[in-house]
Write a protein that binds this ligand. Structure first.
Ligand SMILES: NC(=O)c1ccc[n+]([C@@H]2O[C@H](COP(=O)([O-])OP(=O)(O)OC[C@H]3O[C@@H](n4cnc5c(N)ncnc54)[C@H](O)[C@@H]3O)[C@@H](O)[C@H]2O)c1
Length: 272
């Protein structure tokens, strides 16, 4: 269902890799809600070619950018404003990668070159994106910037590895940069902390299948899907949430406030 919530709004959407990606669903929903936007991803992801189908479906152009490169980001923002014909109303940062996870390094045995690369991609890239937008004054007044995060920033999930630290860093950047963006340009900055979701990044986490089932049984409303995350993100891009900023917003069916659920307890109670 469409409510025209983003009618006339212009955006940049980072991180759609394939149809499972949360950013993919956000792009589809933003299109349905009347937005125009540029799709971007790392050059290596573009080579897989899947993004072209989304671009065609949503009438969007694709611009490659490694989100760790200020040159790429400057080019992306300049070209996006040209293509879209004005300032940017919304930006989605939907980027995450841990080299330690990819290479199977245990948290207690991190390779620090991998750690550095991981936080640059997963957290500092958000600072770089905002730095470029802020300096160019590329955001419209009351524009909205959202990054996706996970609750391992606050609680221990052992197999989430150094992505937990990257997410804590990402959420802190949202608050710190969000202050200046709010004070100087009336732009809001938030993170959405999403349920475990079966995507390429999600499935890279060890034991993800069991974990997703556990979260499902802990959450009174069940896990939030990628499409539901997209719906929530659209509200954060809309004019209905103008005074929400510097927040980490849990979108997880209630998981983050649970201690234990009866369904989970039932697996441990003495059956005799
Ligand atoms: N899947 C989950 O369980 C889950 C839960 C909470 C939060 N998140 C977060 O949601 C976001 C999107 O992940 P997803 O689950 O849709 O997986 P995904 O694998 O579809 O998306 C991750 C994206 O990051 C991009 N990326 C990696 N390195 C990049 C770089 N240098 N420059 C630009 N882009 C780069 C990838 O190409 C990919 O498109 C991530 O921040 C992730 O941590 C995911």
């Amino acid at each position: 269902m469409s409510y025209n919530l983003l009618k006339g709004k212009r955006g940049i959407i980072f991180g759609a890799l394939n149809e499972h990606s949360i950013a993919w669903k956000v792009a589809e929903r933003a299109h349905e809600e009347g937005a125009t936007f540029v799709l971007t991803n790392a050059p290596i992801a573009l080579r897989m070619g899947e993004l072209n189908a989304l671009a065609e479906k949503t009438g969007s152009q694709v611009i490659g950018a490694d989100a760790t490169s200020l040159d790429d980001l400057n080019n992306l923002v300049e070209k996006s404003m040209e293509i879209l014909g004005g300032k940017i109303d919304f930006v989605l940062h939907s980027i995450g990668m841990s080299v330690n996870v990819r290479k199977g390094k245990h948290y207690t045995d991190s390779n620090y070159d991998y750690t550095t690369k991981g936080w640059d991609i997963s957290a500092v890239s958000f600072h770089k994106v905002m730095n470029v937008l802020y300096k160019k004054e590329a955001m419209s007044e009351w524009g909205s910037i959202v990054a996706l995060t996970y609750m391992a920033a606050q609680r221990v999930f052992p197999d989430y590895n150094d992505m937990a630290d990257n997410k804590a860093y990402l959420e802190s950047i949202a608050r710190s940069f969000g202050y200046f963006f709010g004070r100087d340009q009336n732009v809001r900055v938030n993170t959405i902390s999403q349920s475990p979701t079966p995507t390429t990044a999600g499935n890279g986490v060890k034991g993800f299948g069991g974990f997703i089932e556990y979260a499902e049984k802990m959450s009174p409303l069940g896990n939030a899907t990628a499409l539901e995350c997209a719906d929530y993100t659209i509200t954060m891009f809309s004019d209905l949430t103008k005074k929400v900023t510097l927040q980490n917003l849990f979108h997880d069916g209630g998981f983050s406030n649970m201690g234990v659920s009866e369904t989970v307890m039932d697996k441990f109670v003495d059956q005799e």
